[in-house]
Design a protein around this ligand. Structure first.
Ligand code: 13P
Length: 252
């Protein structure tokens, strides 16, 4: 049984006031949500505040990125060790906005995943195809390339500390979510790939979140699919009521 996992990727949104208001409101709403893992991923500057606000709750905190070195002359970067030291549980790696706006390659993402695992973090490894890749029938090819390169060098044991998020790029921030059937088909494909690469135990245990315009009204349809184990929520995670509704939809 895979415990569902719902994480909120706040992206570059928040302020001290908003972080406080959002988390304050969220805590009671998800307090009795049941068997589900919950995380919020604010921008780096608000991670400490989020950690303090969620102390003694079952909401965990993740970062949205990290670099692949421990320390040194990397101006503007934050190491996985620092993310861990601050108290984070998770780190989002390879988000499509980092791939496509900031030029992250599969190779950089692989280095970050390895380093994050070594630092004791749980990477939320994001993959997903562009609209024209889907339209050209290349979805599986793209996913295969991203998982093959992104997870290169990882051992079976590493896989119990990693979450995959399938986020079709055309569904991110567009209000156009993948249909439950479209998402399920890709999740199934990823699980088959995991089985071939790491064996059935890993394939059965790894949680695969769906991300891309998840909202309270479409969450149930997506989250009840066999191979969808939760959601990575962008826009709707900035609204405590909406995020809590998605968390509840994941517990079923
Ligand atoms: P939206 O939910 O805003 O589409 O964003 C999804 C996402 O990119 C989460 O990482």
């Amino acid at each position: 049984m895979r415990i569902p996992f719902v994480a909120g990727n706040w992206k570059m949104n928040a302020s001290v006031k908003e972080t406080e208001a959002l988390i304050h409101k969220l805590i009671p709403l998800v307090k009795d949500a049941g068997k589900v893992d919950i995380a919020v991923c604010p921008p780096f500057l608000y991670v400490n505040q989020a950690l303090a606000l969620t102390k003694n709750t079952h909401i965990r905190v993740g970062a949205q990125n990290c670099w692949f070195e421990s320390s040194g002359a990397f101006t503007g970067e934050v190491s996985p060790e620092m993310v861990k030291d601050a108290g984070c549980t998770y780190v989002i790696i390879g988000h499509s906005e980092r791939r496509h706006i900031l030029g992250e390659t599969d190779e950089i993402i692989n280095k970050k995943i390895r380093k994050a695992l070594a630092a004791g973090l749980v990477p939320i490894f994001c993959i997903g195809e562009l609209l024209d890749e889907r339209e050209q029938g290349k979805t599986e090819q793209v996913i295969e390339r991203q998982v093959t390169r992104g997870l290169e060098g990882l051992a079976e044991a590493d896989m119990s500390h990693l979450v995959i998020a399938y986020e079709p790029v055309w569904a991110i921030g567009t209000g156009r979510n993948a249909t439950p059937e479209q998402a399920q088909a890709v999740h199934r494909y990823i699980r088959e790939w995991l089985k071939n690469r790491f064996g059935s135990a890993v394939s059965d245990a790894v949680r695969i979140q769906y991300g891309g315009s998840v909202k309270p009204d479409n969450a149930k349809g997506l989250l009840t699919q066999t191979d969808i184990d939760g959601a990575l929520v962008g826009g709707a995670s900035l609204n405590a009521d909406h995020f809590a509704a998605i968390v509840k939809a994941a517990v079923s």
